[in-house]
Design a protein around this ligand. Structure first.
Ligand code: GP9
Ligand code: MN
Length: 430
């Protein structure tokens, strides 16, 4: 009911972090290119295998200040069973997925006030998603209409001939190549645009065709882990080529470019091999630490911070972007806060109620000191309170989704609810 949404609003209002004047509005009206790195965990950054960097291109974005990216090395995924779909959901709604199943599927017809719709209404953005898989996967072809995604370039728009496809769908190199003409069309007709490109090749079981391998596998004897580095390298090369193409087409210089990892690629079934890779036993705390995924952002005209160590997660991306565009995030129901704000709080909830802060972590019922890795036998009141707060935040989130509570929420007076019948996806519908 509307009482329930009031309780949620009280909470999100309290958590809200004021924008940082140095960043507020700096990206207004600029094209946004958001790149989804499938199954990419942050331990790959700067990792050397057989003496070679696995992802030299991404590493260069982290370290070469002239490329003007800010890299967040304490950024975590917050996904549950919905995996990719949860990551998309978090980034475009600043809401968590569900404790079970995928909100994309089971809450595919809820009312949302999502980023594509907000950008459209506030600054006349056209939103587009690019993905070399069938549009029905993860129920995207339904929920995107409720999020207000204008264009969805699914596999029906791509040349999916056999040699271009592996595992779930189109390989990343032909995917980025073939996405260029569609991006150019947006550039011609639909600026400013908000483009979201979802990669796919670096996905369990991490398969590559022979000619696409450019680094030797690892040698732990666990095939999944061993191949993980090869598909990561392939993804890295596909990005380098994509950046080159963006530059050639005049789409690089003045665009906001955002790169994020969706979720882990190596599950706990591979702890033995991961011990070899990381040189450390995979304890519950170490596993929690491995849930870091990359987040990098480049805003034209704004100086890079290099490596930012703030503790943050996927739920924080939307309010951050809104503030960069000069849109007040506080009008909307959001559980995340602006990463660039001085008021951004340093705690990151995971979907299962565990969480991390700069100093300590709560993992499977136990508090740990991050520095020493030791169990904290007697947690402070503050620690216990934060644990309760995380629990409360997640339960409010689930009430929003299960009760479809955004039906009762009006962001501001002339907000127009999204009408799903305005949208139709698939090449054959054009
Ligand atoms: C499929 C792709 C994979 O379209 O997004 O989803 P995942 O298995 O990673 O959740
Ligand atoms: Mn995924």
């Amino acid at each position: 009911s509307s009482d329930d949404i009031n309780e949620v609003e009280n909470y999100t209002n309290k958590k809200y972090a004021e924008p940082n004047a140095e960043y507020f509005g700096k990206a207004e009206g600029k094209n946004i290119i958001k790149i989804h790195l499938e199954s990419f965990q942050s331990f790959l950054i700067d990792y050397k295998l057989h003496g070679e960097e696995v992802t030299p291109f991404l590493n260069s974005l982290v370290h070469d200040k002239s490329k003007n990216f800010t890299y967040f090395d304490n950024f975590f995924h917050q996904t549950g069973q919905g995996k990719t779909a949860d990551a998309e959901f978090l980034l475009d709604n600043s809401l968590y997925g569900l404790p079970q199943g995928a909100a994309f599927v089971t809450k595919g017809t809820n009312t949302y006030q999502a980023l594509p719709a907000i950008l459209d209404q506030k600054q006349d953005y056209t939103s587009a998603v690019f993905h070399g898989d069938d549009r029905s996967f993860w129920n995207r072809n339904q929920i995107y209409k409720y999020l207000g995604v204008d264009k969805f370039y699914d596999s029906s728009y791509y040349d999916m001939s056999e040699e271009k496809v592996i595992n779930y769908g189109l390989k990343d190199k032909p995917f980025f190549k073939q996405s260029m003409p569609m991006l150019e069309e947006l550039q011609k007709q639909d600026e400013p645009f908000y483009a979201h490109l979802l990669t796919l090749t670096h996905h369990y079981k991490f398969l590559l065709d022979e000619g696409d391998e450019t680094i030797e596998p690892a040698d732990t004897g666990d095939g999944t882990v061993d191949r993980y580095f090869q598909t990561a390298r392939y993804l890295d090369e596909s990005l380098e080529q994509f950046f080159q193409d963006l530059k050639e087409k005049g789409l690089y210089k003045d665009s906001v470019i955002m790169i994020y990892g969706d979720h882990y690629g190596i599950s706990q079934n591979h702890n033995r091999a991961m011990r070899e890779i990381t040189g450390e036993k995979i304890t519950p705390l170490k596993n929690a630490n491995l849930q870091r995924v990359p987040f990098m952002i480049r805003v034209p005209g704004v100086e890079s911070q290099g490596i930012n160590h703030e503790f943050t997660g996927q739920v924080d991306v939307m309010p951050t972007l809104l503030h960069l565009l000069g849109i007040n995030a506080n009008d909307y129901i959001q559980f995340g806060t602006d990463i660039f704000s001085d008021e951004h709080e340093d705690f990151v909830p995971f979907r299962d109620g565990d969480f991390m802060t700069k100093e300590y972590s709560y993992v499977k019922g136990t508090f740990y000191d991050n520095k020493t890795g030791e169990v904290i036998e007697e947690p402070t009141e503050e620690m216990k309170e934060l644990k309760n707060q995380v629990h409360y935040e997640l339960s409010l989130n689930d009430e929003v989704l299960n009760g479809d509570l955004l039906r009762f929420y009006e962001p501001y007076e002339d907000w127009e609810p999204v009408d799903p019948s305005d949208y139709q996806y698939g090449k054959n519908f054009e």
